[in-house]
Design a protein around this ligand. Structure first.
Ligand SMILES: [Zn+2]
Length: 312
């Protein structure tokens, strides 16, 4: 990975960056030097819940946003995500003590975006933002969902001892779908089906189909409220997320073992059952190139099932 003007050999602080892209960046980066990557911002707009800052004067061209309308549009996406998420959860995303709004900055990054640490701004990749308008909505919801995770105590009150990206990134990917019916990368929807050997707990943001299954988004009556119960349970269990998840599954669906078994079966065939009886949220999920990923997976599973039948 490449950081401009960074001396990566000087280990001072450990900085973990949570990304909405394929790879998570982590490394020992001196904070004082990391700040050198952030340009100064001569432009700012404020909305009800956000303060967005950007530049069009950076000597590093990729930092620049030369169309203020792009920032205004992004502010609208963030406010929409705030409204939909806080309405479902009954709780607002995390705003650091001493602030009344979430800061959002645009500059050149090595991934689409990140929102870590909790008290830091949401950082959006200005280069990608200008080149790929189709990821703006989904990325806005994804990063804001990390702020909602912080509001439930993740990293603000408890730090799980082991990586839980299947949970934190997987549920942030679910938020992309819940808010916009879109994902930033096709693989978040595809990989669990095309490679049924991927372990859920290793899947990171490609765990998304599990979270759709968890809220019954693939069946007649989605139960998005279960996501709220899950985060409330996480808070109760001090972010022992597996314990929280198994409790919610048991209360909602019965045996956790049989729930995971049914998910494994659904990954192989018929994940989406009755095409006429689904919630509109989960009926069509678009990738960044506007591919209908629900239709693609239905067709993929249909072909695989009929190929397996022909062999029998
Ligand atoms: Zn993320």
């Amino acid at each position: 990975m490449h950081f401009r003007n960074l001396n990566l050999t000087a280990p001072v602080y450990f900085l973990t960056l949570i990304c909405a892209c394929c790879f998570f960046l982590s490394g020992e980066i001196p904070v004082a030097e990391a700040q050198c990557c952030i340009p100064s911002f001569e432009n700012q707009i404020e909305t009800e819940h956000f303060v967005l800052s950007w530049t069009n004067a950076s000597s590093h061209e990729a930092d620049n946003i030369n169309d203020p309308q792009v920032v205004k549009e992004t502010a609208g996406y963030l406010e929409t995500a705030w409204e939909k998420l806080s309405r479902l959860f009954g709780r607002a995303p995390y705003v650091p003590p001493g602030s009344s709004k979430v800061a959002v900055i645009f500059h050149d990054l090595d991934c689409y975006a990140y929102a870590d640490p909790p008290e830091g701004p949401i950082e959006l990749n200005s280069r990608v933002w200008m080149k790929m308008p189709s990821i703006r909505q989904s990325t806005s919801a994804h990063e804001l969902f990390h702020k909602l995770q912080y509001a439930y105590g993740y990293k603000t009150r408890w730090r799980p001892g082991e990586p839980i990206l299947w949970f934190t990134e997987g549920t942030a990917a679910w938020a992309e779908v819940f808010v916009w019916g879109r994902v930033t990368r096709d693989c978040k929807m595809e990989n669990m089906f095309t490679n049924t050997g991927i372990d859920l707990f290793d899947a990171e943001d490609m765990a998304l189909p599990f979270w759709i299954f968890f809220v019954s988004g693939n069946s007649v009556a989605p139960r998005d409220q279960l996501m709220v119960e899950l985060f409330e349970r996480c808070e109760e269990k001090k972010w022992d997320v597996k314990k929280a998840l198994f409790d919610v599954i048991r209360d909602a669906y019965g045996s956790a073992d049989s729930f995971f078994f049914r998910f494994a079966l659904a990954r192989r065939s018929c994940f989406w059952r009755d095409p006429g009886a689904q919630s509109t949220i989960y009926t069509q999920i678009l990738g960044p190139g506007n591919k209908d990923l629900v239709a693609e997976i239905k067709e993929y599973q249909r072909l695989r099932t009929s190929a397996a039948g022909a062999l029998n």
